[in-house]
Write a protein that binds this ligand. Structure first.
Ligand code: TYM
Length: 348
């Protein structure tokens, strides 16, 4: 590489002291819930103080499941509004929509050539999503989904990837693919580390603590949506299933209580043992009533800000415009290096 090629392009912000870089994404594929907020966005906000951050609405991942056109558009903007309303600052972080930067799909193609079918077949999420389906009716995009995710992360030479527990395997695959490329073609990628927080890493369904809280969950009572009204939040938490016994504590024999205590701790910042101590001699109903208030008051300012952003879309659209330009500038450098390593002739 020449010295000139190593210089950042003009619109990539200068990085005098390099802070570690993070990349993370969420699919705009339905109702946003506490799992997305606690497992992802809340941590993203805090990381802005210590990292250079890129946060992405991964719409190309979302279309691996059939979406309604108008709904996909709305969900994408709603998701970006959640990022911004929660405290992701588009002046400090790069906030963008995946499909606005075509380099993601180009790098994905190149990574497809060094990723093995066996690796993708072993992905738990692939197995879950296709359980019972015949190969004839499984879209290639579902199978190939983790390679697009690897491209997302590697394009930005991210050092770390904050995700919930369910995405850890995909980040591990990303590491394997990055190492394989670097070894075969010469170093082009940073090998990223997953960052999984312990509280909120896996928020479980309120009506079945064996399943994770999910936007595709059948029942409305299984999740608290970020935009749920206060009374709805209180009701859903009051109706959450509990374990046998009466004692408020966590543990493997108390999966439902463990989940409620985790949510409590993640929102309040109080350590689990302190919360448990507070409920000595009290019952499940007391915990649920207080947790309802904790969640309502934590979500209230976010809901207010989301409504403001919805009323005037210019702030969000401008953030996405600037974000795509800044992301593209970084992505272009990585892609140029990758093309050179692979032996693709530069466009004259
Ligand atoms: P997605 O859209 O399913 O979820 C987004 C983030 O939310 C976390 N999450 C949860 N955390 C705790 N408890 C839950 N119940 C829960 N449900 C979801 C997920 O772990 C994730 O961090 N493939 C990714 C999106 C993606 C991505 C990336 C992430 C695409 N490219 C690059 C990081 C880096 C996904 O489907 O997440």
């Amino acid at each position: 590489m020449s010295a000139a090629a190593d210089k950042p392009p003009q619109n990539e912000p200068p990085r005098p002291e390099r802070r570690p870089r993070v990349f993370s994404g969420i699919q705009p594929s339905g109702t946003l819930h506490l799992g997305n907020y606690l497992g992802a966005v809340k941590n993203w906000v805090a990381m802005q103080d210590t990292h250079d951050c890129l946060y992405c609405a991964v719409d190309l991942h979302a279309i691996t499941v059939r979406q309604q056109r108008a709904e996909l558009r709305r969900n994408t903007i709603d998701l970006v509004n959640l990022f911004l309303a929660s405290g992701v600052d588009p002046e400090r972080s790069i906030v963008f929509v995946q499909s606005h930067v075509p380099a993601h799909t180009e790098l994905m193609w190149i990574l497809n050539t060094i990723t093995y079918m066996g690796e993708l077949r072993r992905m738990t999420q692939f197995k879950d999503k296709t359980a019972g389906a015949e190969g004839e009716s499984i879209a290639v995009g579902i199978f190939d989904y983790p390679v697009l995710m690897a491209a997302d992360i590697l394009l930005y030479r991210a050092d770390a990837v904050p995700v919930g527990e369910d995405q850890k395997q995909h980040v591990e695959l990303t590491r394997d693919v990055a190492e394989r490329f670097n070894k075969a073609f010469g170093k082009a990628f940073v090998v990223p580390e997953p960052i999984i927080r312990t509280e909120g890493a896996r928020v479980m369904s309120l009506d079945d603590p064996a399943k994770k809280m999910s936007k595709s969950a059948g029942s409305e009572n299984s999740y608290v949506a970020v935009m749920d009204a206060p009374d709805v939040i209180r009701r859903k938490i009051r109706r959450a299933v509990t374990d046998s016994g009466t004692e408020v504590r966590g543990g493997p024999d108390k999966p439902a209580l463990s989940n409620l205590l985790d949510i409590y701790s993640a929102f309040s910042g109080d350590p689990l043992d302190e919360i448990v101590r507070r409920y000595e001699g009290k019952g499940y109903a007391d915990l649920k009533a207080d947790l309802g208030e904790v969640v309502v008051s934590a979500l209230a300012p976010i809901q207010v800000r989301i409504r403001e952003l919805e009323a005037d879309t210019s702030y969000t659209l401008n953030a996405l415009h600037v974000g795509a330009e800044r992301a593209e500038a970084i992505a272009a450098r990585t892609l140029a290096k990758v093309r050179e390593r692979v032996g693709l002739v530069p466009r004259p």
